[in-house]
Design a protein around this ligand. Structure first.
Ligand code: GLC
Length: 548
């Protein structure tokens, strides 16, 4: 495997709307990110992924872009973007932007022109169909609920994989592709470090536009018509060759629907991207309400081994579309610093580039939602209605979004115990999690035993001369025969072996290892290495071992 700079980094994801508001409008901004660069540097971060900060009517919080070249005035000016890039660079921090090119906003000039003139060039940038019978073209459903087609009033319908304000771009059209490549290269020339590539597995559609069998009684969309559809590789190859390939940049793709057999195409040495996000273990709770830790371990192991075979991958437990990891993986009464340390240990010792999501490093949790009106997220609002129409009670539907809702991750960052957690001096766009007086950065910054300090220590370890190599490049070997709630694995190079143990149990667990651990590198609580050991509840431990 060739070595690349992006394998050695620790990445941090920022949702700009929720990070820090420096101009008192209740909305985070770019100046807020610049102001916190020193905080991130101290944490040990090398790269920031900023969720979309482009011009947008914000129907889907920026994932509906109306101008790919300009900064949304809500977040600041184009100059402030340059300042952020320059200041980050001074500190050795790279910035990757969100590349949202499956769709744009209905307010993008292309779409506006296409609405006015069905024969213009831009009309060909979208999927417009004009069914003879005037009926909706097929039964495809949007990822956010409802039909994937919206009529425009002149007999045409357009396709949208997400909200109706996010018309899909027609990648079959070479003129459109040129426009996209031009824009990508423009940003790369400005010195960004690369892109997180949004919803990219949706860019190829079944051009027969035939209806599909609904997959369940709730009319769930037949996603196979436009998720990782055969032929997508041609688009992705061209995308890579015309843009990323000329730069030493990093790309990480949101690529749902990619089976492991296709991982080499997506993330291999000559893959379309440097790495992809694998949702097999993070989305488990959506498909398997009764999932177990055993199932989680099995999926993480499969993900790690598959990625290792082809090269590299990203590792993450949270992002802006997921509930908080503490709520997902830990039972409510056990959420706290020790379970947080254990999850952090997992995130930062698995093989791959780790992504920390804002607030994860201080143990931010899901918020409390009293009614669907508390939610801002278009996807929750739309799908809530669908659930009610399908016969769910308001309580049941609300509970679902309490647990799964994307706004759980989007509540304002908790900087200190002042009103709104120090995020803003005025009422934030989304209400702060009421636990900010206890969970915030300032309470943890100088506290050696805090979760934040634990993250720092783990990152220092990853970057240390002694253990950096094995933690980054070492192969991943799962440990068998451990109690079900204990996740254990080795990381191994020719000259070094370390063992990691993470207990997902609130009870003590006895483990017997197939080797004698030598020295404890980092453990919480403290644990003396021995072949048979009793792990404390939510124990996290990293040991050196004899290399055979
Ligand atoms: C991705 C983004 C999500 C967005 C969707 C549509 O899944 O992560 O936030 O809503 O794409 O752009």
């Amino acid at each position: 495997m060739n070595k690349h700079w992006w394998q050695r980094i620790v990445a941090y994801q920022i949702y700009p709307k929720s990070f820090l508001d420096t101009d008192g409008d209740g909305i985070g901004n770019l100046a807020g990110i610049t102001q916190k660069l020193d905080y991130l540097k101290e944490l040990g971060i090398d790269l920031i992924w900023i969720c979309p900060m482009f011009r947008s009517p914000m129907d889907d919080n920026g994932y509906d872009i109306s101008d790919y070249y300009r900064v949304n005035p809500m977040f600041g000016s184009d100059e402030e973007m340059q300042i952020l890039l320059d200041e980050a660079k001074k500190r050795g921090i790279g910035i990757i932007l969100d590349l949202v090119v499956n769709h744009c906003s209905d307010e993008h000039a292309w779409f506006q022109k296409a609405l006015r003139d069905p024969d213009c060039e831009e009309a060909g940038y979208f999927y417009f169909l004009r069914p003879e019978d005037g009926q909706v073209p097929n039964n495809w459903r949007s990822n956010f609920g409802g039909s994937a087609w919206t009529p425009v009033g002149d007999g045409r319908y357009y396709l949208h994989t997400f909200s109706k304000r996010q018309p899909d771009l027609n990648w079959e059209n070479p003129l459109l592709r040129e426009k996209i490549y031009e824009m990508i290269n423009w940003w790369l020339q400005r010195g960004i470090a690369g892109f997180r590539v949004d919803a990219i597995t949706f860019i190829k559609k079944d051009l027969t536009f035939q209806s599909r069998e609904p997959v369940d009684a709730h009319g769930r969309y037949p996603i196979e018509a436009f998720e990782n559809y055969p032929g997508i590789g041609e688009f992705l190859t061209e995308l890579r060759d015309r843009t990323f390939a000329a730069f030493d940049c990093m790309t990480v793709a949101e690529a749902p629907g990619v089976p492991y057999e296709q991982l080499p195409d997506y993330a291999g040495e000559n893959g379309y991207f440097s790495m992809i996000f694998d949702f097999s273990y993070t989305d488990m709770n959506r498909h398997l309400p009764d999932w177990s830790i055993g199932e989680f371990k099995r999926r993480v192991v499969q993900s790690q081994l598959s990625a290792e075979q082809v090269g590299w991958n990203a590792v993450f437990l949270e992002n802006h579309d997921q509930p908080r990891s503490l709520n997902k993986y830990i039972s409510k009464e056990d959420i706290g610093i020790q379970s947080g340390r254990m999850l952090a240990t997992l995130l930062l010792t698995l093989r791959g580039t780790p992504f920390i999501y804002e607030g994860e490093e201080i143990g931010m949790t899901n918020s409390v939602w009293h009614s669907i009106d508390d939610f801002d997220d278009i996807s929750a609002r739309q799908q809530y209605q669908e659930r009610i129409e399908a016969g769910q009670s308001p309580e049941e539907a609300l509970t679902y979004f309490q647990n799964i809702g994307r706004d759980n991750a989007r509540t304002p960052m908790q900087w200190d115990h002042s009103p709104n957690g120090g995020f803003s001096t005025v009422k934030p766009w989304l209400k702060s999690n009421p636990n900010y007086p206890e969970i915030n950065v300032s309470a943890q910054l100088e506290e050696p035993d805090s979760l934040l300090s634990w993250y720092r220590q783990l990152i220092v370890l990853r970057k240390s001369e002694t253990y950096g190599d094995v933690l980054i490049y070492g192969s991943f070997l799962p440990l068998e025969n451990l109690p079900e709630p204990v996740f254990g694995y080795l990381r191994k190079t020719d000259s070094q072996t370390i063992a990691v143990l993470c207990s997902f149990s609130n009870q003590a667990q006895q483990v017997t290892l197939p080797f004698i651990p030598k020295k404890s590198i980092l453990a919480a609580p403290i644990l003396t290495p021995a072949q048979t050991m009793t792990l404390a509840p939510y124990q996290a431990a990293i040991f050196t071992c004899e290399t055979k």
